[in-house]
Design a protein. Sequence first.
Length: 133
Amino acid sequence: MNWKKLLIAWAVVFVLVFGLGFLIHAILLNADYAKVAELFRAEEETIFPAILVANLFFAFAFVLIYAHGVEEKPWLMQGLRYGLWVALLWAVPIFLIDYATQPLPVSLVAKQIIFESVDMLILGVATAALYRP
């Protein structure tokens, strides 16, 4: 395993995870979340360090798993495939479970799944571009 590539990819993916998460949840879905605000913490009660730590762990695991499975194949398709698998493993189930357990509108859940799936595709391509064999 190439630790230098892994650490660089981790740093870049962390920035992307944080930035894309902000774009999706604070900007694109802001109006949708406002409609169900009573289900979430008030903005001033948000525990921001927990978000940072969660994103650090996610980025590390995302890159590490990719690094263990990377093959001598075209990187772009590997990255897209990996992003799709992670979306199916994480984004689709987590938001469907939220829908099943919280009174969330189906339109919000559909947007969460779509936006986060695109997010995982972007992260997969970025990881593949940075961690080539």
